[in-house]
Design a binder for this molecule. Structure first.
Ligand code: ADP
Length: 619
């Protein structure tokens, strides 16, 4: 017998499972059945594709045996099994990336959201929610030796050679005192029906029924199949109830909340396939991890092929859970060539079109539900705007933005319908948080004309901005670019004396600015910043620097409001110091209102102090 210690992350997880998760303990059964079903899937695939496995007399099934007297529950499958090395690796470590971060986040969270941990997939380790000791016996189909793994979940486990009839895995849970109910037949039966009814393999339950007949106790051994054991997605749609879809979702996703939406397609014709896609009602925890887990399982004629092919769906739809089952692929399609496969590419393309179409009709027919949907997935859908050019038009209908016109989310369609006469384009303002954007001086002229401006306050907005050039026949223009300013009216006439003011400010600011121009749009504020059309916006530059990218310092254009009292009063001044202080304050306050720190705060403070002293000392 050899002793092993669990990987740190496993210990952390076990600690959380044993000490913090009090609700939904029953999901341990779903997790173990799901593992057994995966093991059967894997072996089934091998028996159909590998010569050496074809001779196996394989009748896939799951057997659950209850021993109520001794408080034991045993789950047996005749699947792929594990040898000693695999037992140590799979039941001693967690390979998933992001685990460490996830666990420390969860450990710090006072609520210990059991739903989160469910989505994370506690898997095998959830057995320790109800058991004080877990024994695993396992043997691989083509190997002679069987192995035993055993642990009480407190830091260590042991492995040793053992024996097992047939191949597969047998897990024995020694239930702890608070959880003896899980050795009772009615309890387990109802749990299987609730969570695992749609597992595609038969689940048999074995227990002893005790009856009292003629005042005598009789024992009867019972063996019954509890689940339906058919592939739900292949059953006719009209036979399936909402409840069936919801249960099935829970059995494949590890979520215990109902899904928000689902779409079931049984396509016949040149290509024959079935898809069943679900939208979770809460975003998967790893949605924004680079190494997220795919939620789509690929089947070929009901045989499970893989669940880790991220190419089955575009990345911006990675929140989907569900199934793709093709009738046309060869069973032994190698996982490596899946990606170049034409059949799959076709299924993917039509599925994406179909799903985006469904989202669009949802937004028209059920705005309330759509709101919920978009609050979860707006950001990830926006990624599609630069990654999926073919479906861009449809994606533009789906994404939502903040706006000056109303609270909440706004669509481009609604914007277009509200446009005022004379308005030439869709205007957007990006960078900074919603509050800063709402107060931006750049908005003044648009407000006074009643023109709506979309406020792109999300980080992703800044990234998609370069690809947001048109919606239908309308151009989308950033109002912090010089170009958009022209839409506000013809070039203002600038008097000679005003020209001198502009030039003088420009001379003072020197290479801090690209240009100083008269404002076409400022009403209340004295100044604001613009970038020229070919330069990235200031916020974009800031973000690139934050990401560690070297950017050459691009200079802004300073726009000043010549009608503002400051500028009016300035032109009459003769003192050089006043000119220089005021010019610097005009530039720095424009940075500030835009949400950027002034270049040299001490310089700004010095200028302000001089101006204040002068104002105070005037009688
Ligand atoms: P997950 O199922 O999410 O991978 P688990 O902790 O539940 O995580 O299981 C870890 C691994 O242990 C599985 O990926 C699988 O390789 C192996 N395993 C678990 N249960 C079984 C089983 N009944 N038969 C064969 N392998 C299993």
């Amino acid at each position: 017998m050899s002793a092993h210690t669990f990987q740190t992350e496993v210990n952390q997880l076990l600690h959380l499972i044993i000490h913090s998760l009090y609700s939904h303990k029953e999901i341990f059964l779903r997790e173990l059945i799901s593992n057994a079903s995966d093991a059967l899937d894997k072996l089934k695939y091998l028996t159909l594709t590998e010569e050496s496995y074809k001779g196996l007399n394989f009748d896939p099934r799951i057997d659950i045996t209850l021993d109520e007297k001794n408080h034991r529950l045993v789950i047996r499958d005749n699947g792929i099994g594990m040898n000693e090395g695999e037992l140590i690796e799979h039941l001693g470590t967690i390979a998933r990336s992001g685990t460490r971060e996830f666990l420390s986040r969860l450990a710090g969270d006072a609520k210990k959201d059991s739903n989160l941990i469910g989505q994370f997939g506690v898997g095998f380790y959830s057995a320790f929610m109800v058991a004080e000791k877990v024994e695993v016996l396992s043997r691989k189909p083509l190997e002679d030796r069987a192995w035993k793994w055993e642990s009480d979940g407190k830091g260590t486990f042991t492995t040793e050679e053992s024996s097992l009839e047939g191949w597969g895995t047998q897990i024995t849970l020694h239930l702890n005192a608070e959880n003896h109910e899980y050795a009772r037949s009615w309890e387990i039966k109802s749990l299987i029906k609730k969570y695992s009814n749609h597992i595609a393999f038969p689940i048999h339950l074995h227990y002893t029924r005790i009856d009292y007949k003629d005042k005598k106790e009789t024992e009867e051994k019972v063996d019954e199949q509890v689940n339906l054991a058919s592939a739900l997605w292949k059953r006719p749609k009209n036979e399936l109830k909402d409840e069936d879809y919801k249960e099935f979702y829970k059995s494949i996703s590890g979520d215990w909340e109902d899904p928000l939406l689902w779409y079931h397609t049984q396509a016949e014709g040149t290509l024959e396939y079935t898809t069943l896609f679900y939208v979770p009602s809460r975003a998967p925890f790893d949605l924004f991890y680079a190494d997220y887990k795919s939620g789509i399982k690929l089947y070929v004629r009901r045989v499970f092929i893989t669940d880790d092919d991220k190419e089955l769906m575009p990345t911006y739809l990675r929140f989907l859970r569900g199934i793709v089952d093709s009738e046309d692929l060869p069973l032994n399609v190698s996982r490596e060539i899946l990606q170049q496969n034409k059949v799959l590419a076709n299924i993917k393309n039509s599925s994406v079109k179909k799903i985006l179409g469904e989202f669009e009709s949802l937004s028209a027919n059920n705005p309330e539900l759509y709101d919920k949907f978009i609050s979860l997935y707006n950001r990830v859908l926006k990624e599609g705007l630069y990654s999926d050019y073919a479906n861009r038009d449809q994606l533009l209908e789906l994404v939502r933005f903040h706006s000056t016109a109303q609270e909440g989310w706004v669509s481009l369609k609604a914007y277009k319908e509200r446009m005022k006469e004379g308005q030439k384009a869709i205007y957007v303002l990006s960078g900074g948080n919603l509050d800063t954007l709402k107060k931006s001086p750049l908005l003044e002229a648009y407000k006074s004309r009643g023109w709506e401006v979309l406020l792109l306050d999300q980080e992703i907005d800044e990234i998609i901005l370069p690809s947001l050039d048109k919606y239908q026949d309308l151009e989308i223009r950033s109002i912090n670019k010089l170009e958009a300013a022209k839409d506000l009216g013809s070039e203002e006439r600038v008097e000679e004396s005003e020209k001198t003011t502009l030039e003088r400010i420009k001379n003072i600011l020197g290479d801090k600015v690209k240009d100083v121009i008269a404002s076409r749009r400022l009403v209340e504020s004295p100044s604001c910043l613009l970038t020229s059309e070919e330069d990235p916006t200031l916020q974009m530059q800031r973000m690139m620097r934050a990401l560690g990218q070297e950017t050459t310092e691009l200079k802004p254009i300073l726009e000043v409001n010549l009608k503002h009292p400051i500028l009016q009063a300035l032109s009459g001044q003769t003192d050089e110091q006043i000119w220089s202080d005021t010019a610097n304050v005009l530039l720095d306050q424009a940075y500030l209102t835009e949400g950027t720190a002034p270049r040299d705060p001490s310089l700004l403070v010095a200028s302000l102090n001089r101006l204040v002293i002068r104002a105070l000392s005037q009688k």
